[in-house]
Design a protein around this ligand. Structure first.
Ligand code: FES
Ligand code: FES
Length: 155
């Protein structure tokens, strides 16, 4: 079957099998920032935004996303022009191996759109589906707070 997706602002068509998962479609199309961790809906590494909402692409069929706008980490920023969230994660030392970070940043982006000045508890709730095996989470909460302040024009 043919499906249409808008990925990071680019309109694309794909021929997919009904059983093709969104994670596999995206990774095979070159969006390798969509990380495959547990591969069964537990860790959050595969998080992408579907029409602005974080979803787990390993438990979503590509066909279910037909017509949607998808945002992956490749759509957030570049090395030379990072999104404030990406810069804050680096500045606060919130990145170690980095495997969880694309999903964390996308979940954080979604959170900040509805909570531009989030409390610590709101950040914890916003990131509670994104597991990190390295950092202990404190620095990531600080990174989201710092990015939120920058995005509000506070610094
Ligand atoms: S890879 Fe999808 S939730 Fe772990
Ligand atoms: S930085 Fe390694 S899993 Fe989060």
């Amino acid at each position: 079957m043919e499906i249409k997706l808008t990925i990071n602002g680019d309109s694309k068509k794909f021929e997919v099998d009904p059983s093709t998962r969104l994670i596999d479609l995206l990774r095979s199309a070159g969006y390798q920032g969509v990380k495959k961790g547990c591969d069964e809906g537990h860790c959050g590494s595969c998080t992408v935004l579907l029409d602005g909402q974080p979803i787990l692409s390993c438990i979503k069929f590509a066909a279910q996303a037909d017509g949607a706008e998808i945002t992956t980490i490749e759509g957030m920023g570049t090395v030379n022009d990072p999104h404030p969230l990406q810069q804050s994660f680096v500045d606060k030392g919130a990145v170690q191996c980095g495997f969880c970070i694309p999903g964390m940043i996308l979940s954080s982006k979604s959170l900040l759109e509805t909570h531009p000045d989030p409390t610590e508890d709101e950040i914890k709730r916003g990131l509670d589906g994104n597991y990190c095996r390295c950092t202990g989470y404190v620095k990531q909460i600080e990174a989201v707070q710092s990015a939120a302040q920058k995005m509000r024009g506070g610094i």
